[in-house]
Design a protein around this ligand. Structure first.
Ligand code: DAT
Ligand code: MG
Length: 132
């Protein structure tokens, strides 16, 4: 068993998709170990997305992720990072397969409704950032 960090982004919360998204992870077999609705401070957003700070979309990304509440979760399961990323789908919802969360529920790369850690190291770093 391993852990991953997942969060429903402000667009997913605003659209009332927390229940739908949580249900998909529960149906897959993940256990929810921690969960909270929270507002992300700018400094936390900049740290969380630090790997992207030189990218042209960084400012918009930080604006977006701090634009309203997110629903942050720690999920536990077998190969948690990999299994969660496969449920989530490709970064750009236009490329995400139907059946994935982004493929079914989003259309635009800049509002792709959900975040999932991309490695075990990122997962542990992000869990610490969001849940101390
Ligand atoms: P992921 O969220 O699939 O791990 P990422 O880490 O490469 O993707 O990027 C983080 C977020 O940044 C992504 O969910 C949406 C945004 N983003 C990525 N590429 C983008 C682009 N080309 N234009 C606008 N936003 C982008
Ligand atoms: Mg990423």
């Amino acid at each position: 068993m391993s852990r991953t960090f997942v969060m429903v982004k402000p667009d997913g919360v605003e659209r009332g998709l927390i229940g739908e998204i949580v249900a998909r992870f529960e149906c897959k077999g993940f256990k929810i170990k921690e969960a909270k609705l929270m507002q992300i401070e700018r400094s936390l957003a900049e740290t969380h997305y630090g790997e992207h700070k030189e990218r042209p979309f960084f400012g918009d990304l930080v604006d977006f992720i701090t634009s309203g509440p997110v629903f942050a979760m720690v999920l536990e399961g077998k190969d948690a990072v990999k299994n969660a990323r496969s449920l989530i789908g490709k970064t750009n919802p236009a490329d995400a397969e139907p059946g994935t969360i982004r493929g079914d529920l989003a259309m635009d790369v800049s509002s792709n409704i959900i975040h999932g850690s991309d490695s075990d190291e990122s997962a542990e770093r992000e869990i610490k950032l969001f849940f101390q």
